[in-house]
Design a binder for this molecule. Structure first.
Ligand SMILES: C=C(OP(=O)(O)O)C(=O)O
Ligand SMILES: [Mg+2]
Length: 401
């Protein structure tokens, strides 16, 4: 029933107005799945390769489609993803493009679920998946590679760790986002939004800390549950490998100073989550920081691990970080993303399933986070391509998919 009988690939728009790859997968019994590849701006050096969409589509039509159509069952995700690897023949999807691969992989999963008549999270997670729901991390102020002339730190995140339900958490993040706008207006700071819908004011990081801390505390008082504060520093974007320093607008920090700075921030703001505080090549510095504050907060590797089990093994061996960001397009298939989550869980690392800064209305990651019992999902706070995932999480929790 789930034998793949057709795959269609096309270019569609992403949230930045760039083209991206969308895949449709059809099965023998009429099952249908559609998915689209997201795209990063602050991409890690070791990510699988995203090719220009028209090239990725042409290469996937030539190499991957013939290996899948009439050959592989969409219900067997491992076979689908093995066929994608075999069709590509490289170790980084540089032939068919990780964008074609991930779109096909996710569309096949949806087609499999469609035939089975099960919601995607259940198809992926199985009957005996846990009953937890991920806490959404909401990007409320941001800069870095996601907005010009804004903060140095890429993302200031609300983390509603005490929310009694997914819906409460989602609305709390939106309320923090709105409270930030009020506080910026009070200070006469004009601003637009960055790529992920976070406010992107032209203020320094110190002022952003003040504003987000105040907004979090205001909303926490209103809703009556604990809302934490988190960061994605995107350290690799700040790091200058020639001078071996982290370059902020107002000063430089060497690696020891960067570790001390982040450890101080963890103390001062009681941070519950810190992503990529250091450069993507510096496992040792990640390990030192994890040693210092890893019992108080999550130190998450995004560009450090790029959803890659080889890089995660290195991190586990060296004690670098205590959580991993999971972005399926960094590695190219759902099976590879699952492997990274499984390895992380076995070794006591938390998994945080994540969107990219360039997104579509595809909501696969909401299902992936629920299927794998991930404790957190990072998918923005507002904006159509972000709310597509947040609203899907609410529907899943409401059993209304
Ligand atoms: C979502 C992120 O940004 P991008 O997609 O630009 O890598 C991130 O760095 O976590
Ligand atoms: Mg990141």
């Amino acid at each position: 029933m789930t034998l793949i009988t057709d795959i269609r690939l096309r270019r569609i728009l992403d949230s930045r107005g760039n083209p991206t790859v969308e895949a449709d997968v059809v099965t023998e019994s009429g099952g249908f799945g559609r998915a689209a590849a997201p795209s990063g701006a602050s991409t890690g050096e070791y990510e699988a390769v995203e090719r220009p969409p028209s090239e990725a589509i042409a290469a996937a039509r030539e190499h991957a489609v013939p290996r899948l159509v009439g050959e592989v069952y969409a219900g067997n995700q491992r076979d689908v993803d093995a066929a994608l690897h075999a069709a590509d023949g490289t170790d980084d999807f540089s032939e068919i493009g990780a964008n074609s691969a991930v779109a096909i992989s996710m569309a096949a999963a949806k087609a499999g679920a469609d035939v089975l008549g099960a919601p995607l999270f259940q198809h992926l997670g199985g009957t005996f998946r846990g009953d937890g729901f991920p806490i959404p991390l909401g990007n409320v102020v941001g800069g870095g590679e996601h907005a010009a002339d804004a903060t140095d730190i890429q993302e200031f995140l609300a983390a509603p760790v005490g929310a009694p339900s997914v819906a409460d958490a989602v609305f709390a993040n939106a309320a923090v986002h709105a409270a930030v706008a009020d506080l910026l207006e009070e200070r006469d700071v004009p601003c637009g939004k960055g790529d992920e819908g976070a406010w992107a004011p032209s203020i320094d990081d110190g002022e952003a800390f003040e504003i987000v801390a105040e907004a979090v505390s205001m909303v926490q008082d209103e809703v009556g549950f604990n809302i934490g504060f988190g960061l994605d520093v995107a350290g690799a974007e700040l790091y200058d490998s020639d001078s071996e320093t982290y370059e902020y607008s107002d000063r430089s920090r060497d690696t020891d100073e960067q570790i001390a700075y982040i450890a101080d921030l963890v103390e001062e703001y009681d941070l519950v989550y810190v992503e990529d505080p250091l450069d993507e090549d510096d496992y040792d510095a990640f390990a030192d920081l994890t040693d210092e504050v890893g019992d108080q907060t999550l130190i998450c590797g995004d560009d450090l691990f790029v959803t890659n089990t080889d890089r995660l093994i290195e991190g586990i061996d060296r004690g670098a970080a205590n959580s991993i960001l999971i972005k399926p397009n960094q590695i190219g298939t759902l099976s590879d993303a699952f492997d990274a989550i499984e390895l992380a869980t076995e070794n006591g690392y938390d998994s945080v399933v994540s969107h990219r800064s360039g997104e579509t209305e595809d909501a696969t990651i909401a299902h992936l986070a629920v299927a794998t019992d991930a404790p957190f999902i990072k998918t923005g706070a507002v904006g159509g391509e972000r709310t597509a995932k947040l609203n899907e999480l609410i529907r899943i929790a409401d059993d209304a998919t």
